[in-house]
Ligand binder design. Structure first.
Ligand code: ZN
Length: 180
């Protein structure tokens, strides 16, 4: 089911999302399937649960259509071809290690029409649950690392616009004028 995507200004986007507890009978698979369907319908590459009105620590990512952007991924220490393991559904993700810095243009399904240059870590190590495993350890580089950071920001009530590099030499600096 395609869900409405909450837009900037909606207070749910500013809340800290709750950890998902398996003790609850919340239909997590249904939420994940709906989030994937919603993300794909909007041509997005990542979506966080608060964007569809659920203040829970769940994110989905699918960069399989981004063949032109470099991403590297290891899962539990094994090298993976990122395109092959997509889409990812990550529950209660936590960043455990970061490194490098890269500035690149970004947008967000909750902030249509706004693009800005954002500085992010070049790689992140993320500990998370998935629908099938109680714990996976991901190390992501490149675009995938950027998407993970963007989506995990949503779980902390942070929008990408908060991080736009506010410098006139930035080619996308103009979009800052549209900031809240
Ligand atoms: Zn976003």
């Amino acid at each position: 089911m395609i869900l409405p995507i909450r837009q900037r200004g909606d207070p749910i986007l500013r809340l800290k999302a709750k950890r998902f507890l398996h003790l609850s009978d919340y239909p997590i698979r249904e939420l994940a399937v709906n989030m994937l369907e919603t993300m794909h319908a909007a041509n997005g590459i990542g979506l966080a649960a608060p964007q569809v009105g659920e203040s829970l620590q769940v994110i989905v990512v699918d960069i399989s259509q981004c063949e032109d952007s470099t991403s590297l991924l290891t899962m539990d220490g094994e090298d993976c071809y990122p395109q092959k393991v997509m889409p990812l559904v990550l529950i209660n993700p936590q960043i455990t290690k970061v490194g490098g810095q890269v500035t690149r243009a970004e947008g967000c399904l909750s902030c249509p029409g706004i693009v800005g240059d954002i500085e992010r870590f070049e790689f992140v190590t993320v500990l998370a649950e998935t629908l099938d495993y109680p714990q996976v350890n991901l190390e992501a580089h490149g675009l995938l690392a950027r998407v993970l950071q963007h989506e995990m920001d949503h779980l902390n009530g942070i929008l990408f616009m908060d991080r736009i590099v506010k410098h006139p030499s930035s080619p996308n600096w103009l979009s800052v004028a549209l900031n809240e």
